[in-house]
Write a protein that binds this ligand. Structure first.
Ligand SMILES: [Zn+2]
Length: 272
């Protein structure tokens, strides 16, 4: 990637980040930001061997999907990568589908590398990393960072252990030997334990299995139910994704008997 293009991507990532709610260092909830931007977000646990995510443009809608069977920190990175495709590439191409190969810096598709670079700049901008090091790691010198510090950065930036290492290495804050050492420490001390030991967000290290569908989907299913296109079981199943029951939408659904009455009234009305 040319320096000029990298700079362009940093500007776009920065502009996106400015619209986001940020905690001390990291974006608090990128899923919510996605919705605030008007994208239709879908999260579904498709299993850990399925695709990680996709971004797609359909008519005037932008649909972003992430597989919630991956660890939350990984899912957040996928989401940032998909947002990258949306803001950088969706004008020229209609859709991107990502698996562990496309979301790897080894991908030979330039657009995949660009989406990864966007994700890195969005989730861990240089300024914020510098600020973290300045304020939280007063004795920091190159390579003097511990596995526990990495876990603290994970928790602050809502990213994976691996992503912190990638970012620190690409910014030359650690060298490749230090990276290998930190990687080994991760294997010995499980990341979840590290996160718990610092009172960090241990949820980052497990998959959420979250099911999340755009709100319009409820409308769509109720409409279909009211027009006899789907059975009550389907409606109830979809409602359960939103943690709703049939009773919660009772004023919106038309029971089959009522429909008959409506029809009779309508026919009667026509005859008058
Ligand atoms: Zn991609």
């Amino acid at each position: 990637m040319l320096d000029n293009r990298k700079r362009q991507i940093r500007i776009i990532a920065d502009a996106f980040r400015e619209k986001c709610k940020v905690g001390r260092y990291g974006i608090i909830d990128l899923f919510k930001e996605c919705e605030r931007c008007g994208y239709k977000l879908v999260r579904y646990p498709m299993g850990d061997s399925a695709d990680l995510g996709f971004a797609l443009k359909k008519d005037n809608d932008i649909i972003v999907y992430t597989n919630s069977s991956s660890r939350l920190s990984r899912e957040i990175f996928t989401l940032a990568h998909e947002i990258g495709h949306v803001v950088l590439h969706l004008n020229d191409v209609k859709s991107f589908i990502d698996d562990s190969m496309t979301i790897a810096d080894r991908s030979d598709d330039e657009r995949e590398r660009e989406a990864n670079y966007f994700a890195a700049c969005l989730l861990m901008p240089v300024d914020e990393i510098d600020k973290f090091i300045d304020l939280e790691l007063p004795d920091f010198e190159k390579n003097s960072i511990s596995a526990m510090d990495i876990a603290r950065m994970m928790s602050e930036f809502n990213v994976s252990y691996e992503m912190v290492l990638n970012r620190l290495e690409s910014l030359s804050l650690i060298d490749s030997n230090k990276r290998i050492q930190l990687d080994t420490e991760r294997n010995i001390t499980r990341v979840g334990n590290l996160l718990r030991s610092i009172g960090g967000n241990a949820k980052l290290n497990i998959c959420s299995e979250e099911i999340y569908l755009p709100y319009e989907y409820i409308e769509y299913v109720i409409y279909n139910y009211n027009h006899n296109a789907v059975p009550r079981e389907t409606l109830e199943k979809v409602l359960s994704y939103y943690k709703l029951t049939f009773e919660d939408v009772i004023d919106r659904v038309i029971e089959p008997s009522e429909m008959q009455v409506d029809l009779d009234e309508l026919m009667g009305g026509l005859e008058d």
